[in-house]
Design a protein around this ligand. Structure first.
Ligand SMILES: [Zn+2]
Length: 380
C-alpha cells in the first residue's frame, strides 16, 4: 500500500473541477454540433460572455447565488453539480491508483467521458458517437500504459498483452449488448438497448477489459432495474418544467410545470384563477430548448378547451383541433417523449466508473466473498 499523496490527490481534485466546468460546455454544445472552444462561456439567457472570475468552478455559482451577473437569470444548480462530481471522481481516481500516474490520468479521462455521456443521454436520450468512437481509439492505443490491462496472457510481451486485453474488452462489450438487442427484439418486438449503448460498452471494455466489462453491464442493469421498479411503483411520470400562461373567460393562470400526454396537457401548481371547465382559452406555452432538441426555447401559441381534471389540484386543457400547427404539434410530442423511457447510458456509465475505480474489489467480492456468504447461509 502506497501512502496517500495529499498534494497529488488535491491536484486531481482541482483539475477535475476545471474539467467539469468544460464538460458543462461539452454537454450542451457537442450534441448540437457546435464548437467546444469558440465562443467562450456565455450566459445561456442573455449571451453575455462569462469572465474568468465568474467561471471559477462551484465557488462562482455560490458567490453569485446561482444567477447571471448581468441579467440575473437563474443558472441551474446542475452546472456546479457537474463540476463537483467531476472533481470528486478525479480524487477517487487518484486514491484508487496511488503513485500510478499513467493509469490515474487515463481513468480520469475515461470518467470525464462518462460524465458527459451521462448528462447528454439524460437530456436528449442519445449517446454521441463523437465521444464513444474517438474514445475507443484513444483507449485502445493507450492500453499498454494502464494498470487495468495486465492480464498476464502472454508472458514477456506486456504491450501486446495489454492491446489484446483492451481489444477483447471492446469486442465483448459490443458483442454482449448486440446479443441483448437481438434477443430483446425477438422477445419484445422492440429495441431493448440502442446502438449508442453498444458503442458505450465497447468503450468501457477498451478501458477495463472483457471480464470487467461484463461486470459493468451487470452493475448497470441492476441499477437500471432498481430505478425502473421505483418508477413503476410510483406510477405516474412527474410533470416537467415549462412556462405556461393561459387566459380566457373568467380567469387566467400561470404555471411552471406541465405534463403532456397524447390528448392534452395537465397544468401543475398553477397560480391565478383557472377558467371553468368547458371554457375556450388562449394558451402561451414555452418549451425549454433541451427537451425538444432545438437551439432555443420554443414558444407555442394556440387555443385550447379546459376539461375536467383527472386529478385534484391540476388544470387540464386539450388543444382545439387545427389550432396547433403541425410543427408545434411535433414539438409537443418531442417534449412529451423526452421522458418516455429510462435511458440506459447513465447506468452503464455508473457500472463502468465502478469497475474502473474498484474493479479488483468487485471481482474479489463476486469470486470469494459472495460465494462464501452463500455457503454460510446454506451450511447446516
Ligand atoms: Zn445573463
Amino acid at each position: 500500500m502506497a501512502a496517500i499523496d495529499v498534494f497529488w490527490t488535491a491536484v486531481h481534485g482541482a483539475f477535475g473541477l476545471v474539467v467539469g466546468s468544460f464538460l458543462n460546455v461539452v454537454i450542451w454544445r457537442l450534441p448540437r454540433g457546435r464548437s467546444l472552444v469558440h465562443p467562450g462561456s456565455q450566459c445561456p439567457a442573455c449571451g453575455a460572455p462569462i469572465g474568468w472570475r465568474d467561471n471559477v468552478p462551484v465557488l462562482a455559482w455560490i458567490l453569485l447565488r446561482g444567477r447571471c451577473r448581468r441579467c440575473q437569470a437563474r443558472i441551474p444548480a446542475r452546472y456546479p453539480l457537474v463540476e463537483a462530481l467531476t472533481g470528486g471522481l478525479f480524487v477517487l481516481a487518484a486514491l484508487a491508483f496511488p503513485g500510478d500516474r499513467p493509469t490515474s490520468a487515463q481513468v480520469c479521462l475515461f470518467l470525464a467521458a462518462l460524465v458527459a455521456v451521462t448528462f447528454i443521454d439524460l437530456d436528449l436520450r442519445l449517446i454521441p458517437d463523437r465521444i464513444t468512437k474517438p474514445g475507443l481509439v484513444v483507449f485502445l492505443v493507450l492500453a499498454p500504459f494502464s494498470a487495468l490491462h495486465a492480464p498476464g496472457w502472454i508472458a514477456g510481451r506486456p504491450a501486446l498483452d495489454a492491446w489484446l486485453h483492451a481489444l477483447a474488452g471492446a469486442g465483448v462489450g459490443a458483442g454482449v449488448v448486440l446479443a441483448i438487442r437481438w434477443l430483446g427484439s425477438l422477445a419484445l418486438g422492440k429495441e431493448a438497448m440502442g446502438l449508442g449503448d453498444v458503442k458505450l460498452l465497447a468503450l468501457i471494455g477498451a478501458v477495463v477489459g472483457p471480464w470487467q466489462a461484463l461486470i459493468a453491464l451487470v452493475l448497470g442493469s441492476l441499477g437500471g432495474a432498481l430505478i425502473g421498479l421505483g418508477l413503476f411503483a410510483t406510477g405516474r411520470r412527474r410533470p416537467m418544467d415549462a412556462d405556461l400562461k393561459l387566459g380566457g373567460p373568467g380567469g387566467g393562470l400561470h404555471a411552471a410545470r406541465v405534463r403532456v400526454d397524447p390528448t392534452g396537457i395537465e397544468v401543475h401548481g398553477a397560480q391565478g384563477t383557472p377558467p371553468a371547465p368547458g371554457a375556450d382559452v388562449r394558451v402561451d406555452l414555452t418549451l425549454p430548448a433541451r427537451r425538444i432538441l432545438e437551439d432555443a426555447d420554443a414558444r407555442l401559441r394556440f387555443r385550447a378547451r379546459v376539461v375536467p381534471p383527472v386529478r385534484a389540484g391540476t388544470v387540464r386543457i386539450e388543444p382545439l383541433p387545427g389550432s396547433l400547427s403541425a410543427e408545434d404539434g411535433a414539438r409537443l410530442a418531442m417534449f412529451a417523449g423526452s421522458y418516455k423511457y429510462i435511458p440506459f447510458g447513465p447506468f452503464l456509465a455508473l457500472g463502468g466508473a465502478a469497475v474502473a475505480l474498484y474493479g479488483e474489489r468487485v471481482a474479489h467480492f463476486i469470486a470469494h466473498d459472495y460465494p462464501a456468504w452463500v455457503r454460510g447461509l446454506t451450511a447446516p
